[in-house]
Design a protein around this ligand. Structure first.
Ligand code: ADP
Length: 315
């Protein structure tokens, strides 16, 4: 049995740790793992969900690094396709006086070559929930088709579908992103947008209006993240704003992925989206206390300790 199957593109991250203006002129980069849906899988696995990942990787060293990371996180990657004719995507994070700059090597990557035919026939057997994102669908036309096929097959197998509207305008033009994301929202049980993306996608300003937009299109549950303002959880019957946990945030990279993994893990445990929202809000806050999207992802005991401490403060 798998609780959460994440599908999308995982990437190798090279994150600059030392500038190139030292005495030997060498900049240093730390090798890590990234990609929104992979980050979400790690977040969920650390919180105790039985998690699997599906993608295509190159039959290269970068692909091996990702496989090793998933194994270390106890994520089932046994169905991942390795393509000897394509490379594993990567990105470099440069740190300069003007902030972070991202450079991507992903066009033509093994993941971007996924097609619906790559999906194993029994991929969704015993899976409770499929999670994918707009990035999973933005990387290529065939990946977009694969996303829709996966949604259909997951639903046919009785799984729930969760969708993060993660928008990368460099990957596709806004009108196409809008059309695809609207269609995906209509087929998803749980939609997890961030307010910044949702404003661009819908033209709406207010969180409540964005939530109503997703519900009107067919989502059952909306978990809208509001950055340092927390989150808004909405169903047809009820809406609840959840204030962010006051933490010393250092780097909010991947906070949305941390939120997704925690929300989905908790929702599958008890079916209460509002309690899941409070838990995810705490997990995501903890994920902002360290650098990068993966390293600071918290363990379950850390999230529970924060929630207990905050309940004690309120009592
Ligand atoms: P994304 O990473 O997708 O842009 P957000 O920036 O909305 O997503 O952040 C996701 C979640 O992370 C928020 O809903 C909140 O729970 C948490 N979060 C983000 N920034 C902070 C912060 N400065 N302090 C506390 N929690 C934060």
């Amino acid at each position: 049995m798998i609780d959460i199957l994440c599908l999308g593109e995982a990437l190798i991250e090279l994150n600059q740790t030392q500038s190139g203006d030292g005495p030997d002129g060498a900049a240093l980069y730390r090798l890590g793992c990234g990609g929104d849906t992979s980050n979400c899988a790690v977040a969920a696995a650390r919180l105790g969900a039985r998690t699997a990942y599906w993608t295509r990787l190159g039959a290269d060293g970068f692909g091996d690094v990702l496989m090793a990371r998933w194994a270390a996180e106890r994520i089932d990657a046994s169905r991942v396709v390795r393509d000897p004719a394509a490379f594993t995507g990567a990105y470099v994070v440069h740190h300069g006086s003007d902030g972070h700059r991202f450079s991507y090597l992903r066009q033509g990557s093994a993941a971007s070559r996924m097609t619906p035919l790559d999906l194993p026939a029994d991929l969704f057997e015993g899976v409770r929930l499929l999670h994918l994102s707009a990035i999973s669908q933005a990387i290529s036309q065939s990946a977009c088709d694969t996303g829709f096929e996966a949604i259909e097959r997951a639903r046919a197998a009785g799984a729930l579908v969760a969708y993060d509207t993660n928008l990368r305008q460099a990957l596709w033009p806004l009108p196409r992103a809008r059309a695809v994301i609207d269609a995906a929202i209509a087929q998803a049980d749980i939609v997890l947008p961030s307010l910044d993306d949702a404003r661009l996608l819908t033209g709406l300003e207010a969180p409540e209006a964005v939530a109503a937009y997703c519900l009107d299109r067919g989502a059952r549950i909306v978990a809208l993240t509001l950055g340092r303002d927390g989150a808004l959880i909405a169903t047809a019957e009820r809406r609840e704003r959840i204030a962010a946990f006051p933490v010393e945030a250092i780097d909010a990279t991947g906070a949305g992925d941390a939120f997704d993994g925690a929300f989905l893990t908790q929702y599958l445990e008890h079916g209460d989206p509002f309690a899941a929202g409070r838990f995810a809000n705490a997990a995501a806050a903890l994920s902002t206390r360290g650098y990068g999207a993966v390293d600071p992802l918290p363990l379950r005991a850390e999230v529970e300790a924060l929630l207990l401490a905050s309940a004690a403060t309120r009592a």
